[in-house]
Design a protein around this ligand. Structure first.
Ligand code: COA
Length: 251
């Protein structure tokens, strides 16, 4: 478990909150494990009808913890926590509603591709600088994003590292709605509670039909994961991580 992931229940809604603001909600291995555990447990609990994923004001997540990336880049064993989380997310049995305010980088963006409804504030920017970091898209994003955004917008986001502001993300179909910061959590909880009150079997079938079979997504997550693991050990990636981490030390 992780002190930086808060799991709460609001009636039939399970809330998974990233809460490591001093590091912009960068996600460590323990945090991935805690989120995977919550998704799996919530899926297996009949009293949970909907998952919610949130960050804190101004920060959804700055993506994978750079120190963890660097550890793998310099030869340490990476563990399966990220992969286990991605599988739990991609194969979640219950609807997921997410809310993002401000920073949404890397997996802080790609998580939302697996959510059924995402609300974001006007100041939110979705950003996946994978290639700039010597890495490749992950979380099945190379499959899902072209389907939902179109090939060119997906390329701009995932390969060129263009930042996608919330309004554009909504127009592109990456997210459901833009709402003011003060209204974000209410909008998320209201949607989650509405979903939680629906006939669960009918909702589950509807959701499966809309999302389509998960096999292809899981297969893509595996393919991306193989490349990602190799890229983490590349000179390009090591240099990018070093640049970020030494920038932090200089401050
Ligand atoms: N991993 C580890 N630590 C991170 C982090 C990450 N992904 N993102 C931010 N942090 C840490 C910073 O090192 C800093 O720590 P310090 O106070 O101990 O020096 C703290 O969070 C605040 O970050 P800072 O960069 O000062 O905040 P900012 O508001 O100027 O910038 C970001 C915010 C998100 C733009 C910037 O932190 C960033 O680019 N982070 C990396 C994002 C990224 O590339 N993620 C991987 C995607 S695959």
């Amino acid at each position: 478990m992780s002190e930086f992931i808060q799991i709460e229940r609001r009636g039939a809604v399970q809330v998974i909150r990233l809460n490591r603001p001093e590091k912009k909600n960068a996600i460590t291995r323990d945090m991935y494990a805690a989120m995977a555990g919550a998704l799996i447990e919530g899926d297996g609990d009949d009293t949970v009808r909907c998952h919610v994923m949130l960050g804190v004001p101004g920060i959804f997540s700055a993506g994978n913890d750079m120190g963890d990336f660097m550890a793998v880049a310099t030869g340490q064993e990476g563990g399966n926590e990220v992969f286990d989380f991605l599988l739990a997310l991609a194969q979640a049995k219950k609807p997921i509603v997410s809310g993002a305010d401000g920073i949404a980088v890397g997996i802080g963006t790609t998580i939302h591709l697996h959510c059924d409804l995402t609300f974001a504030t006007p100041q939110t920017q979705f950003h996946t600088p994978f290639v700039d970091l010597g890495l490749v898209p992950e979380a099945g994003s190379s499959l899902i994003a072209p389907q939902s955004l179109g090939a060119q917008r997906a390329f701009a986001l995932l390969a060129m590292g263009e930042k996608l502001p919330a309004e554009e993300a909504q127009a592109a179909g990456l997210i459901y709605k833009v709402v003011d910061a003060g209204a974000l959590e209410n909008a998320v909880f209201e949607a989650a509670e509405r979903l939680a009150a629906k006939p669960p079997q009918a909702l589950s079938i509807a959701r499966d039909l809309i999302r389509g079979p998960r096999d292809a997504v899981v297969e893509r997550i595996k393919q991306e994961g193989e490349h990602f693991k190799a890229r983490l050990k590349s000179d390009e990636a090591r240099q990018a991580f070093m640049a970020f981490l030494s920038r932090s030390q200089k401050k």
